[in-house]
Ligand binder design. Structure first.
Ligand code: RIB
Length: 295
């Protein structure tokens, strides 16, 4: 079983600010840093640092060479990562003192994936392999359909959530990786979002993050929950991506669901204590040490 992540790669320009800007306000940042980001790339890096063999497919511009190098250093398979004309995807991220953020996203090369690239990439994968996908690239619906035709298992993180997501072939998704807002939006119901989403997609597993309260798994009426960890947040950017990569790796290792959720929560808790997205994702040994300290 192999894991393919068809996902975005971004250059994150991160501004540390006293508070997130209000409309019309001009505010001096106390720091500006450039980080490797993109929900797709972050999740791939999390998988690799967790110890998984992972293939990343996507597009960068000529300015995104450092993202390719970072993937190579992390041991990611990069033969399906294309360099195309135009700029790499980028973001402007404000991080306030509480660690909360807000993000402006410019897709750039992430929206230059072609039907040819999709076909060439998926040709290498087969029944039982896993496709992981987020919502920062073009053509996610086409990729889901083509991967399902090959018998791949579809893990979908509909982030950032948009109206267009509802038009994707979501009935083909095997596992939704969502936060509470995304679950409520997809379920379209004014009640427990994980229950509502599980009812809407009865064949799918729902994995829902709850911030510092932890995470839960839902299928039908069955729920498994894991508590989160109380840590001081410096920057929450990429915490959900770290969770996703670690959860998927734990699942592939055959960990019971509760243990997989808890390990993913621990990895995310470490990540929020550091600046940056990919830069903050811990290695598996750090997650082991985090647990050992709490025993
Ligand atoms: O999930 C965090 C990521 O969202 C950032 O790295 C940024 O690039 C945006 O895509």
């Amino acid at each position: 079983m192999r894991i393919l992540n068809f996902g975005s790669l971004n250059i994150d320009y991160v501004y540390s600010v006293p508070h997130i800007l209000r409309p019309g306000e001009t505010l001096a940042a106390t720091k500006m840093e450039r980080f490797a980001g993109g929900k797709g790339s972050n999740q791939t890096v999390a998988l690799a640092r967790a110890g998984a063999a992972v293939w990343h497919a996507g597009c960068i511009g000529a300015d995104g060479g450092f993202l390719r190098e970072m993937h190579c250093e992390a041991g990611v398979h990069t033969e399906f990562l294309r360099t195309v004309a135009g700029p790499t995807g980028s973001t402007v991220i404000q991080v306030e003192e509480s660690g909360e953020n807000c993000i402006i996203y410019y897709p750039g090369a992430n929206h230059r994936i072609t039907p040819k690239q999709i076909a060439e990439t998926l040709a290498d994968f087969a029944k039982g392999d896993i496709l992981l996908l987020q919502n920062e690239i073009n053509a996610p619906g086409e990729i889901i359909r083509a991967a399902k035709e090959r018998g791949m298992k579809i893990f979908f993180n509909p982030s950032p959530i948009t109206e267009a997501v509802k038009e994707y072939p979501l009935e083909l998704v095997d596992c939704f990786l969502v936060n509470e807002i995304e679950a409520a939006e997809l379920a379209g119901a004014d009640r427990d979002p994980a229950v509502a989403l599980a009812e809407k997609y009865p064949d799918a597993e729902i994995v829902m993050t709850l911030g510092k309260r932890g995470a839960l798994w839902q299928r039908g009426e069955t729920r498994i929950a894991a508590e989160g960890f109380s840590v001081r947040a410096v920057d929450t950017t990429g915490a959900g991506d770290t969770f996703t990569g670690y959860y998927l790796k734990a699942l592939c290792d055959g960990l019971p669901t509760a243990a997989a959720l808890r390990r993913a929560c621990a990895a995310a808790a470490i990540a929020v204590g550091r600046m940056g997205a990919a830069a903050a994702i811990p290695a598996a040994t750090e997650v082991d040490a985090f647990f050992a300290e709490r025993r």
